[in-house]
Design a protein around this ligand. Sequence first.
Ligand code: SF4
Length: 251
Amino acid sequence: MPGSLRILVSACLSGQRVRYNGGHKLAAGLMRALATPFSLLAVRHSRFSAEFSCLDFAPKLIHVCPETECGLGTPREPMRLEGDAACPKVVAVNSRRDMTEPLRAQVRGRILALGRNPPDAAILKKGSPSCGVQGTPVFSGPGDEIVSPGSGVFALALRRAFPFAPLAQESDLEAFGALETFLLRTALARAWRHAVNSGGETLARFHFTHARALLAAFGAGADEFVRDFPHMNPMERLSRFSALLACPLSF
Ligand code: SF4
């Protein structure tokens, strides 16, 4: 599995002026850290750069802005999520135009194109009706009532299409050591996909080959995974690894 990790990044986080108001949300510290090889960044986890060759290099970033790629100009009318949090609509705030279908169609095309060379992870903008991974407000209708927190349409589609690609919002990565843990999880998830595709001995020994990395990346939650792994059936393995990937980054 040669080559650097491939990470999707919301374009506004890298400083591109693609937001509805014509601005950006440059996450300067995060972008600097992502340009740094893991061996320099990861004080706590540096021993794992020998285990995962992809960590020898800074990740390759793929910048994505679902809204401008959908043909919406910059600046544009702000949008928000409304309705059912499991399948929300995207509605323009002032004109009340329903933008759900055009946005979903664009996202489907993007996901299809990504499927030829899937991303290893994604770092997306918090709170966006397109990019927000979790906690994006979902309104009941045109008023101010929030029914629940939800996910943006792009984040939802990514999670369904690439369930073993870790997703984070920029705010998840602010805590000390969170980014290096996220990158270690990403390397593990890539190794996991490789093991599942290879099957046989590679998969049977996954828990053994990567036991120390699993514990470093997931804390105590990985103890039981490593212990139970040899006795799990294939479906349990998938669902238990998927549950590990959903664990908070700070533990
Ligand atoms: S759609 Fe995503 S990338 Fe584009 S401006 Fe909104 S949050 Fe940023």
